[in-house]
Design a protein around this ligand. Structure first.
Ligand code: HAM
Length: 426
């Protein structure tokens, strides 16, 4: 049997229910904050990510799925959504002289070492805001996250870590100071950090190696290089967060793995998922639009890792998600098959009231006597079974059985609906 590609995982029905709950909760919060949904292609020119995410980042250097198409163009499966989003809005004339708030969801691809919470195909929901200069939008983006966790019941599991990188120039100056400090000590750094010293030195701050961290203790301090404007932006943001009752932890070493960030960077992290604790991350990227050929446009955003939020949701809510079947229709003989399917259709179309979702109805397939069909109904975790035999059909009635307590009533079709009201489980 051919197996799944390493790092590409299947989301099976039980998990997909949880997935749907998380994604629909997050989408509806994004819509309430008036972010508009966009859909972006999975494939882009490789150059977009090289220029956007950064040639020297791990993502572009070693993690992209890159292929030549039949014209010889170099294309890559998107490793993230921000660069694509900028490309799409720019290309469609939606950036210049206007503001935009958008969100997208879908799979991203990175050739990383797979482990729990880290996959080669993973799913993000991302939000991006363009044309807003002040820290109010940074605060709104963070507040979106706080809303997600609250509504998903995860607020006790996560904390917000935040930092500012300053302007692009400030970052360049800091980078140089860091390289000057680390170069004479290069031999004592871990292997990854030695490589990064030449490619992406700021990522060394993220190193988990103890000896490297000991060396970094005396390194130049990023916050000393942050320019006055950026500092004022950051201070205002922190004040806004306090006023919004959003708790944060300042992390002077938080730098992020993508090159486009300026000023604010933040991560929502949890201790409940081991090493893959970052469930959502983002920041400001005021120079990316220009870097990709557009006019200077302030921008900020984040992406949530749905696979990780799903794992965290499972840790907190271990009970399996509710069954998708509300009503299981059983019928006594093959001549009632069409009757049963029509009844199923009719039930699915019933309006059970404003607060109740439409019914999920499974009609028995594959025959069998009532005993066998009721066994299937139980196995489907349906709340109700409907039994339809010759008597019911002749009298235009239905027998409704409550599968948890076994109680049975025979009712007219119209009365059945009243009885079922309030049981929709969508
Ligand atoms: P990122 O930090 O690379 O940022 O990814 C965002 C989130 O995606 C991570 O915090 C994590 O939850 C999830 N994630 C990343 N890689 C994997 C993986 N291999 N397996 C499972 N989950 C993963 C970005 O992608 C930026 N585009 C975020 C952003 C949007 N910044 C501004 N706007």
């Amino acid at each position: 049997m051919v197996q799944a590609v390493r790092g590409m995982r299947d989301v099976l029905p039980a998990e997909a229910k949880r997935w749907h709950l998380i994604e629909s909760t997050v989408h509806s919060i994004l819509r309430q904050f008036t972010y508009e949904e966009i859909h972006l292609p999975l494939l882009e020119f490789t150059e977009l990510f090289a220029r956007g995410v950064g040639e020297a980042t791990d993502i572009v250097e070693k993690e992209m799925y890159t292929l030549a198409d039949r014209d010889g163009d170099s294309l890559s499966l998107r490793p993230e959504g921000t660069a694509s989003c900028v490309r799409a809005l720019q290309e469609n004339g939606l950036l210049y002289n206007q503001t935009q708030k958008v969100f997208y969801s879908g799979p991203m691809f990175r050739y990383e070492k797979p482990q729990k919470g880290r996959y080669r195909q993973f799913y993000q929901v991302g939000a991006e805001a363009f044309g807003f200069v002040g820290p109010d939008i940074d605060a709104e983006l963070i507040s979106l996250g706080a809303n997600f966790w609250r509504q998903l019941g995860l607020e006790k599991q996560v904390r917000l870590e935040i930092n500012t990188l300053g302007s692009r120039q400030a970052r360049q100056m800091y980078k140089k100071a860091l390289v000057d400090y680390l170069t004479p000590k290069a031999g004592q750094l871990d292997e990854d950090s030695q490589r990064r010293l030449h490619t992406n030195p700021m990522r060394i701050l993220d190193s988990k190696n103890e000896q490297t961290q000991a060396i970094l203790a005396q390194a130049p301090d990023l916050s000393m290089f942050v320019d006055a404007d950026s500092q004022a932006h950051f201070d205002e943001l922190l004040e806004l967060l306090q006023a919004l009752d959003i708790h944060y932890v300042r992390k002077p070493n938080l730098v992020r793995g993508l090159d486009y960030y300026t000023d604010t960077v933040f991560e929502w992290v949890t201790d409940d998922l081991g090493a893959q604790g970052t469930i959502c991350a983002g920041g400001r990227y005021n120079t990316l639009v220009e870097q990709l050929g557009g006019r200077p446009t302030p921008a900020a955003g984040f992406a949530m890792g749905l696979d990780r939020v799903l794992l965290l949701h499972e840790v907190v809510n271990q009970t399996a998600m509710n069954s998708a079947v509300d009503v299981y229709v059983c019928y006594s003989a093959p001549q009632f098959a069409a009757h049963a399917q029509k009844l199923g259709q009719w039930l699915r179309e019933q309006d059970l009231g404003a607060d109740t979702a439409a019914l999920n109805v499974r009609v028995n397939m594959g025959g069998g006597n009532f005993k066998k069909q009721l066994k299937r109904a139980d196995a489907s975790h349906a709340t109700w079974a409907i039994l339809m035999g010759p008597d019911e059909v002749a009298a235009e009635q239905l027998t409704l059985k409550n599968l948890s307590d076994g109680q049975q009533v025979t009712l007219s079709k119209a009365d059945v609906v009243g009885h079922l009201a309030g049981t929709g489980s969508n």
